[in-house]
Design a protein around this ligand. Structure first.
Ligand SMILES: Cc1ncc(COP(=O)(O)O)c(C=O)c1O
Length: 374
């Protein structure tokens, strides 16, 4: 692995996380749903203002849990193609069909106009992804869902701490899914969370997440034994990782504030640079968490700019290769040019390093390198 002077991500870890890991190990076995997992669920529930939170082994696990609760064989789920394979896998694993919609050219999020075009009698749900922590047009999407009787799953893997109209992303729909992957704003190496306001969904999720057993209710002391009651999976988070995630959630306000400060400074500097750059656009309703700092450049320059930044030791990167143009996407019947905005964004986007401990001098260095390359 290359050592970069400025890596793309850096977790905001300190003594608190180290102490929590040791403590979790000393407490017992590190299995899931012990004291730290419970505290993590409580802390996140109170931060987000949502009743039901289930820590999961990853963001992927949270998405798989969401689909296992809400989607069945033969259903269709509309989602963007500009996302991670986990989203489409979660749908496919339930025997349902992922239907890709195009994205909006300014937010890089699913386009409500294209969602409406993709609705059929089989459509069961819309899975939205708040790319880079920027909010999807949730008012429009909620209206479409209501009008057509559809469920909404929010993939908020990028979006912990972002707000839309004053409410946290991930809490605006039937189910929200978060990731605590080592690259995310709250990082525990691997990890995630499933959140909902709906008691019936929560009860179903609790069982599926625990290998199809009613063990969660047994742990709460509601029954003397637990047993196999449904088809399930193993989606819980180790208490050792919950301990790290808990410390991270406690620091979330600070993490978001530092990212915002860095993003503001970077935007101010980039505005003076070149008309070739398209900077992040923030809608009036959004308070972003600056999980990803994405710019766009003309298609012919993109790979050269990334390579150039890397020669300066700056880990700039492209992002998702659209799912519909992947080998799996082609097996599902898609072809190049089916989703032109998605393809344009994917071919022109560059992620620049962004994390809380990024220094002003490092941002100056990054901007100076970009200026020389452009
Ligand atoms: C949009 C999106 N959803 C879900 C995931 C999966 O999260 P995890 O790596 O925690 O499984 C990712 C991965 O980074 C992602 O980018």
């Amino acid at each position: 692995m290359t050592d970069y002077i400025i890596p793309l991500h850096k977790p905001f870890w300190g003594k608190e996380e180290e102490k929590a890991v040791i403590d979790a190990m000393r407490q017992g076995t590190g299995i899931g749903d012990l004291a730290y997992s419970e505290q993590l669920a409580d802390e996140l529930a109170s931060y987000l203002g949502i009743k039901y939170v289930l820590p999961t082994g990853s963001g992927t696990a949270a998405l798989e849990l969401a689909c296992a609760c809400l989607v069945k064989r033969g259903d269709e789920v509309i989602l963007p193609s500009f996302t991670f394979s986990s989203c489409a896998n979660a749908i496919k694993l339930c025997g349902a069909k992922p239907v890709f919609a195009d994205i909006d050219i300014t937010s890089y999020n699913i386009d409500p106009v294209d969602i409406e075009k993709k609705i059929t009698k089989k459509t069961k749900a819309i899975m939205v992804i708040h790319y880079a922590g920027m909010a999807c047009d949730m008012n429009a999407i909620s209206n479409i869902a209501r009008d057509h009787g559809l469920l909404v799953i929010e993939d908020a893997a990028h979006a912990l701490g972002s707000k839309y109209d004053g409410s946290y992303l991930g809490t605006l729909s039937d189910v929200g899914c978060f990731s605590f992957h080592g690259t995310k704003n709250v990082a525990s190496g691997e990890g995630g969370a499933f959140v909902t306001r709906d008691l019936a969904i929560f009860k179903r999720a609790e069982i599926i997440r625990e290998k199809g057993t009613n063990r969660s209710s047994f742990i709460r002391g509601e029954r003397k034994k637990y047993s196999w009651v449904s088809v399930g999976r193993s989606l819980i988070l180790s208490d050792i990782l919950s301990a790290i995630a808990l410390e991270q959630v406690k620091k979330l306000a600070e993490i978001t504030r530092l990212r915002e400060k860095n993003a503001d400074y970077l935007i101010k500097k980039l505005k003076k640079l070149s008309s070739k750059l398209i900077l992040p656009q923030i809608t009036e309703e959004t308070e972003p968490n600056w999980h990803i700092f994405a710019i766009r450049v003309p298609r012919l320059l993109r790979d050269r700019v990334i390579a150039g930044l890397r020669t300066y030791g700056i880990e700039a990167s492209f992002h998702y290769l659209p799912l519909h143009t992947s080998p799996m996407g082609r097996k599902l019947g898609y072809k190049i040019r089916d989703l032109p905005v998605t393809e344009d964004v994917a071919a022109t986007l560059i992620r620049l390093p962004m994390y809380p401990k990024l220094k002003r001098s490092e941002i100056d260095y990054m901007v100076a390198a970009l200026e020389k390359i452009l």
